[in-house]
Ligand binder design. Structure first.
Ligand SMILES: C[S@@+](CC[C@H](N)C(=O)[O-])C[C@H]1O[C@@H](n2cnc3c(N)ncnc32)[C@H](O)[C@@H]1O
Length: 513
């Protein structure tokens, strides 16, 4: 354990993730729909955004590339993460973002004046993995640097849904420790194997907690670096929502919304018996507890505001109606949604026309309301937008020209991909959101955008992708079998052709080509 890590696992560097819920537009929408006024830019200063515990900084770079009008700062105490993040800033030519090496405990004691004040502070995947004095340091840092009216996003592993995860964690921790002579990831791989054997051998804990088997299946699918941070960190805490609200209070923060957008429409979206029961209670903490029990909450994305700023009704409606959205060209068109609390069916007559209307250029909620055959009221429309955004059917778009910085960022990501750094996300300028792009698709886009090969020259595109795929020793499989030689070549050709047929219109809609 490092002497500077306060018990945090610094042995395994973190993954290169992107989280759309941390985008300022997403946070603004969450605040607005629950009746709070998001931060406003002043004519003489841009909005400022801080990522506390930014990890490798990939997600923050992507967000900054989509918002050249804002200023961003990322802080993390792991120098490996900060060095990576600073390198990416340089390669992408980002001028509105800087990364700083810093520890929450020290920042809480004294906030460096040169870092200034912020309108947004984001803590993603931090709270559950840091010890109480470190959490107090982070709250003190927020108290120093957040402007009045500023928003704070804090996500964490929650009760009661993480309960089974805590059992798995105990097992993975102890087996990994017992195998301490191994490289940590290897020890973890073995520990997962032991958990699997235990389950197959009929251990009763797996029968008493069916969630344990689900967790084990999830862990087997995930990137091991993520599993290491999530499960075998020295510090690990699972919270009820009201406990985190109490911890954030010294920074003068009030809980205002969930960035898991559909959860703002609970309990109304629950089965009637549950929603009627919960509706009998008005005490906020109790109501929240009942909702979290009803949905077996496992991960909360809480939004707080410094001095909850109630929105006045007409400006709130005006701002909501002016929000532009655009479709994400999902293959799924039916009004069936995978939400954080399960599958929910929407009304076809609301959703089918909505999906048609968001299929082209970005469109405001006002224009949707006017053109929608059912003329939904704003409350219905806002709920439909929140549910659809959550299920990756649409995004909060940006009016005006696509930022050049997004294209420069994407070029840097594609070049890195060709060098063997698998980032897997690009900034979609037209949707103002990151989109997941698998490796082969990214190499195909790189042939078109970096090499400038015209779309009509399919053979040249295929040759460029093949060259990169060979260099990266890209693995291709069919029916679970790894392919080699002529079979690999044929599969590559087929997949690239499919990508060119199926994905071109999506890339062009998202502003990627
Ligand atoms: C699970 S990672 C999440 C990273 C990033 N927010 C994301 O979601 O991709 C937690 C991050 O918190 C950082 N961290 C932990 N303790 C810290 C401290 N005392 N001061 C600053 N950063 C810390 C770690 O280095 C790590 O990058």
């Amino acid at each position: 354990m490092n002497p500077w890590s306060h018990g945090y696992n610094t042995e395994v560097p973190y993954t290169f993730g992107y989280y759309r819920e941390t985008d300022p537009r997403w946070l603004d929408f969450a605040a607005l729909i629950t009746g709070f006024w998001p931060p406003q830019p002043a004519p003489d200063r841009p909005l400022r955004y801080l990522d506390l515990g930014c990890g490798q900084g990939f997600g923050l770079c992507l967000t900054a590339a989509l918002h050249p009008e804002m200023q961003f700062v990322g802080i993390d105490f792991n120098p490996t993460h900060i060095a990576h993040a600073q390198g990416l800033v340089q390669r992408a030519g980002l001028t509105n973002l800087r990364f700083v090496e810093g520890d929450f405990v020290e920042l809480g004691r004294a906030w460096p004046a040169e870092l200034g004040h912020f309108d947004y502070v984001v803590l993603h995947g931090i709270w559950s993995w840091i010890a109480p004095p470190v959490r107090q340091g982070a709250v003190a840092a927020v108290r120093h640097c957040l402007r009045p009216g500023g928003l704070v996003y804090n996500s964490y592993n929650a009760q009661p849904g993480w309960h089974a995860g805590a059992i798995l964690r105990e097992l993975l921790m102890l087996v990994s420790r017992a195998e301490a002579d191994q490289v940590q990831l290897e020890a973890l791989r073995r520990a997962i194997g032991v958990a699997k054997e235990l389950n197959e051998a009929g251990a009763l804990a797996f029968k008493a907690y069916p969630g344990l088997t689900q967790r084990l299946q999830m862990v087997q699918k995930h990137d091991l670096r993520y599993v290491a941070n999530e499960y075998i960190n020295e510090a690990h805490f699972i919270f009820w929502g009201h406990e985190v609200t109490a911890e954030m209070a010294p920074a003068k923060l009030t809980f205002i919304a969930s960035a898991t957008l559909p959860e703002n429409f609970l309990p109304a979206l629950l089965p009637k018996a549950q929603s009627d029961l919960i509706a009998r209670f008005t005490h906020p903490a109790l109501r929240q507890l009942l909702i979290d029990l009803a949905i077996n909450q496992a991960f909360r994305r809480d939004l707080f505001q410094r001095g909850a700023v109630q929105a006045t009704r007409f400006p709130q409606l005006e701002r909501l109606l002016a929000t532009p959205v655009t479709g994400l060209k999902a293959d799924k068109r039916e009004a069936k949604f995978s939400l954080s609390f399960g599958e929910v069916n929407g009304r076809d007559e609301i959703y089918a026309p909505l999906f048609d209307l968001v299929d082209g250029e970005p469109i405001t909620l006002k224009a949707i309301q006017e053109r929608h055959p059912q003329r939904p009221n704003l409350a219905q429309l806002v709920q439909a937008i929140a549910v659809s955004a959550w299920d990756n059917r649409l995004a909060f778009a940006q009016a005006g020209a696509a930022p050049k910085s997004a294209h420069a960022f994407n070029a840097a990501v594609m070049r890195a991909q060709r060098e063997g750094r698998f980032y897997n996300w690009l900034a979609a300028p037209a949707a103002c959101q990151g989109v997941a792009i698998p490796t082969l698709e990214m190499l195909t886009l790189a042939a078109i955008t970096l090499d400038g090969i015209p779309l009509a020259e399919r053979e040249r595109i295929l040759a460029a992708v093949r060259r990169d795929a060979v260099q990266l020793e890209l693995k291709l499989e069919k029916e679970g079998q790894a392919l080699t030689g002529a079979a690999w070549e044929a599969e590559l050709k087929q997949q690239v052709e499919e990508i060119l047929i199926q994905r071109l219109h999506v890339w062009s809609h998202l502003g990627l080509v």
